[in-house]
Write a protein of this length. Structure first.
Length: 300
């Protein structure tokens, strides 16, 4: 499934502005993306260190633009400005703090404000599941209220549609399937379902509350007697009730299954690739491919 995204990205490669690009794992991913025809890099950062790392990696920078900015915060602002001015299509975090990158994204003069809430969407391909899974939010929005959950869904729907899932099925995850006034996530999931049915949340199908197993296993949904749900057993998007649940799902899938993962920050005027230093080069490459596709979708 990810290979289809890579193939699609190769048809219309985009330009990525890398903030504080003096980071070997990030450069490895960027060079791999360039070699595969997914994205063209604009490297913003400490030019001496970037060129030294590239030399150690045996990479030729003669056809790659390197913009010298030794201060990471200034590099973030400059890279963000490149995207804002249309010289690049999306932004990628290099060797700097996430908070500094997000400050640049939200900067009034150089940033990528869109009026929407910023959130993180994880894209997961698991060998045992017949579709991509989109998980939100495992990394950014900690304790979303009902309004924020509706925005999380719309952001995730945008990502899913950019990856070719035109009517994604959204599962509001909770510990039980029945609405329980003492369990706020079940109330939110039920309200989000009604908001979707009344056209307040669009371009998707929402159902909840659903437990994780009934969201992704048709057998579990049948065994538990869940009827009349178009989402149960076939979810495309998992809406976590809070960051602890989202992060636990992400880490469990990543550590205990055979999977491939990409991740993006969305809600800005352009996609943002923000990966962990612990993430593999493959994860970074897949994130770049997804960002390239999302950038194309947002401009279409």
């Amino acid at each position: 499934m990810f290979e289809k995204i890579i193939a699609a990205a190769q048809n219309s490669p985009k330009t990525v502005a890398v903030a504080a690009a003096q980071d070997k794992p990030v450069l490895e991913a960027v060079f791999a993306a360039l070699e595969r025809g997914i994205a063209r890099p604009l490297l913003v950062g400490d030019e001496v260190k970037i060129r030294m790392l590239a030399s150690e990696m045996g990479r030729d920078l003669s056809n790659i633009t390197v913009l010298n900015e030794t201060e990471p915060k200034k590099a973030a602002l400059r890279a963000s400005r490149l995207v804002r001015d249309g010289q690049a299509d999306f932004l990628m975090k290099g060797l700097l703090q996430t908070a500094d990158l997000l400050k640049a994204v939200l900067d009034k003069e150089n940033g990528l404000r869109s009026g929407s809430m910023l959130s993180h969407v994880t894209i997961i391909e698991v060998a045992s599941y017949d579709r991509l899974l989109f998980l939100t939010d495992a990394a950014m929005v900690m304790y979303p209220d009902l309004k924020q959950k509706a925005e999380l869904i719309q952001n995730a729907v945008t990502v899913a549609r950019a990856m070719g899932v035109m009517m994604p099925k959204v599962a509001g995850i909770a510990a039980v399937e029945l609405v329980n006034p003492d369990m706020p996530p079940t109330l939110d999931a039920a309200l989000l379902t009604q908001m979707n049915r009344r056209g307040q949340i669009t371009d998707c199908l929402v159902d909840g509350p659903l437990q994780l197993d009934t969201a992704i296993s048709a057998e579990a949904a049948l065994h538990k007697g869940i009827k009349g749900s178009e989402v149960a057993g076939h979810a495309d998007i998992l809406l976590a009730p809070n960051i602890e649940v989202g992060n636990a799902i992400y880490k469990t899938v990543n550590q205990m299954t055979s999977c491939q993962i990409g991740g993006l920050i969305v809600g800005a005027s352009a996609p943002i690739v923000l990966t962990s230093r612990a993430d593999s080069a493959r994860t970074k490459l897949l994130s770049i491919a997804c960002a390239s596709q999302l950038a194309l979708y947002l401009k279409s």
